[in-house]
Design a binder for this molecule. Structure first.
Ligand code: C2E
Ligand code: MG
Ligand code: MG
Length: 564
């Protein structure tokens, strides 16, 4: 990356490095600046590589120098640190996000890193530009975010677009309130809320997609329009990402300010088709979320009722696990010849008053209230029982689903091993984890997968391809199976392009020796198109909806697929 390098790739890297308009510095463990880009010179005119300047000298003109130095020190101990800051450099104000990214581990020590990369994501220019546009009627004068007038226009257009669209894609509004803003204003003066709003706005944008938009709604609220998602669970992932972004501490006047936020969510078309109705429903959901102390809440005709429902379900769930109100359904996994090779266990709750509930209705509650560990074990024990009683006669394997919280449980692999001892061969059990949950904590998930594999259990990445992953993770993925998300199958019969795309995804996995499952096959036509795709296993309503073990065994008998 240095300009002394003469080779072609070296020069190209150097040019690219200098194209980055944010200042980037590489600082070694002697606190010397070893590499910097051109943009860094603007901030730190004292950067001089040939002399290997001391970073403490380079940073001399930063108002919060000590904070920055501490961040670098933490980075050298292997910690990734991110902070939002307002810095005065040579008397000039800069706003943005400061990130210290640790370099690779050295062999000598676990923590110690030979160098760190310091990046300052400068949003000053962007904010100045937006501020200049505040004369314009579409921007809020104080924060530089789009104002309510813009919201009216944009939302109307988006709603019209969404109602014309034939796909299942939906639109949602997220009303985001910074709940401790009043206190901060009292502590730091009224100007702080403008700075916070600007910075929070920028951070929330990072959690959203480019097609999504945010608006300054009022004193302490920001409204986001989230477009083109299919499942409620996707929306909740976005809500959690927004929460995470808001949780990045904000450094101001020598202290770290921690913001707290609540989110009220409303979905088009379920919760309303009119603009005003959707907005007022999101406000109602927000008020309810604040009242019951939830980070977010989705509006549903009667939010109040729903909030009570959650509390009601939550208190019943512990009992459900204990008193066997849970049930399992099974879905077949078949090969290209249509023979059943395995089954996936899916949990249900036979609620004494509500009837049969699907996982969407109670899993989030189980996860948030830490009942999930007990639920996962219940599923496992019931699966083993069913295996012993029924499946052991057949030559099939069983899969069951776990959640991100289960990955934190270091004893899970051993628990499974103990539970199946003498009852089931480890090769007959596989563990499904959805890609999005996997990506929540990539390092932890990789370690967990390795541990499962060491105990003889294969891991399968569920809903593969939609979980915000990058292709690079495929490279060192230690899971042996991938179940490609059903959304990739929707249009394959009508569109040769979609089919081709799916073929390429399958091929990509195959190059990495990953066994591929296709999920969500609903029609004969789909199955016919897919048998030659190179995928190994298939699943979907075409082969039967989730059924009880008795129903499944009847199917087996009818299809005469017993292996004997
Ligand atoms: P998943 O693991 O991806 O399971 C597949 C879901 O898609 C199931 O919904 C299944 O009924 C549905 N499905 C399968 N084939 C088709 C098809 O051809 N068309 C359509 N429209 N849908 C199809 P279900 O049973 O409601 O489960 C939803 C999710 O809940 C599961 O997604 C899984 O992530 C989670 N889940 C289910 N059981 C458990 C469990 O015991 N523990 C944990 N942690 N999660 C579970
Ligand atoms: Mg699954
Ligand atoms: Mg799936």
């Amino acid at each position: 990356m240095s300009h002394h390098e003469k080779s072609e790739p070296g020069r190209l890297k150097y040019i690219l490095f200098n194209l980055i308009t944010d200042p980037v510095l590489v600082i070694d463990d002697q606190m010397r600046v070893v590499i910097h880009n051109q943009a860094a010179l603007k901030f730190f005119p004292r950067c001089d590589m040939r002399q290997h300047s001391q970073f403490s000298d380079v940073a001399e003109h930063i108002s919060n120098r000590q904070v920055v130095l501490n961040m670098v020190a933490l980075g050298l101990e292997g910690k990734r640190v991110k902070k939002n800051v307002v810095m005065f450099i040579n008397e000039r104000e800069y706003t943005g996000g400061l990130t210290v990214e640790p370099g690779p581990k050295t062999t000598s020590s676990e923590q110690h890193r030979p160098w760190v990369v310091l990046v300052f994501k400068d949003s000053t220019a962007y904010q100045r530009l937006q501020k200049r546009m505040t004369q314009d009627e579409f921007f809020d004068r104080s924060s530089g975010l789009l104002n309510r007038r813009s919201l009216d226009i944009v939302l109307e257009t988006e709603l019209e677009k969404a109602s014309r669209s034939s796909s299942r894609a939906k639109l949602a509004l997220m009303m985001i309130q910074i709940t401790n803003l009043e206190g901060l204003k009292l502590a730091f003066g009224p100007k702080i809320s403008n700075i916070i709003f600007e910075q929070v706005g920028n951070n929330i944008r990072e959690a959203l997609r480019l097609s999504d938009m945010i608006f300054h709604y009022d004193d302490n609220r920001i409204l986001a329009i989230v477009t083109q998602f299919e499942w409620k669970s996707d929306l909740l992932i976005v809500a959690e990402r927004v929460e995470d972004q808001i949780a990045v501490p904000f450094h101001h006047q020598e202290t770290d300010i921690h913001l707290r936020a609540c989110i009220g969510i409303t979905i088009f078309p379920e919760d309303g088709s009119e603009k005003d109705q959707l907005i007022s429903n999101s406000t109602a959901a927000l008020a309810q979320a604040i009242e019951i102390g939830k980070p977010w809440l989705i509006f549903n005709d009667d939010v109040h009722q729903q909030a009570l429902d959650r509390l009601f379900l939550r208190s019943g769930l512990t009992k459900a696990v204990r008193e066997n109100e849970l049930q399992l359904r099974y879905m077949a996994l078949v090969n290209a010849e249509g023979q059943i090779c395995g089954v996936e266990a899916l949990v249900r709750w036979m609620h004494p008053e509500r009837g049969l509930l699907g996982p969407d209705q109670f899993l989030p509650i189980a996860i948030h209230s830490h009942i999930i560990g007990a639920l996962t074990r219940w599923v496992l024990y019931r699966l083993i029982e069913d295996y012993q009683k029924h499946f052991s006669k057949l030559d099939i394997f069983c899969t069951f689903n776990i959640s991100a919280v289960d990955l934190e449980d270091l004893y899970l692999p051993i628990s499974i091993q103990t539970a199946i001892k003498g009852k089931m061969d480890p090769s007959k059990i596989k563990i499904e984890i959805t890609e999005s949950e996997f990506m929540e904590n990539y390092d932890r998930a990789q370690t967990a997968i390795e541990s499962f594999r060491q105990h003889g259990f294969d891991v399968l990445i569920d809903d593969f391809g939609v979980g915000n992953s990058s292709l690079s993770y495929l490279k060192d993925l230690s899971a042996r199976y991938a179940k490609i998300d059903k959304s990739f199958l929707t249009d394959i019969v009508e569109s040769a392009l979609e089919l081709d795309f799916l073929h390429h995804i399958v091929a990509l996995c195959k190059v990495r020796n990953i066994i591929v499952l296709l999920e969500g096959i609903e029609t004969q036509a789909q199955f016919e198109k897919l048998t030659s795709s190179g995928a190994d296993l298939f699943q979907g309503h075409f082969f039967g909806t989730p059924m009880t073990v008795e129903e499944l065994m009847r199917r087996f008998a009818e299809h005469k697929v017993f292996s004997d």
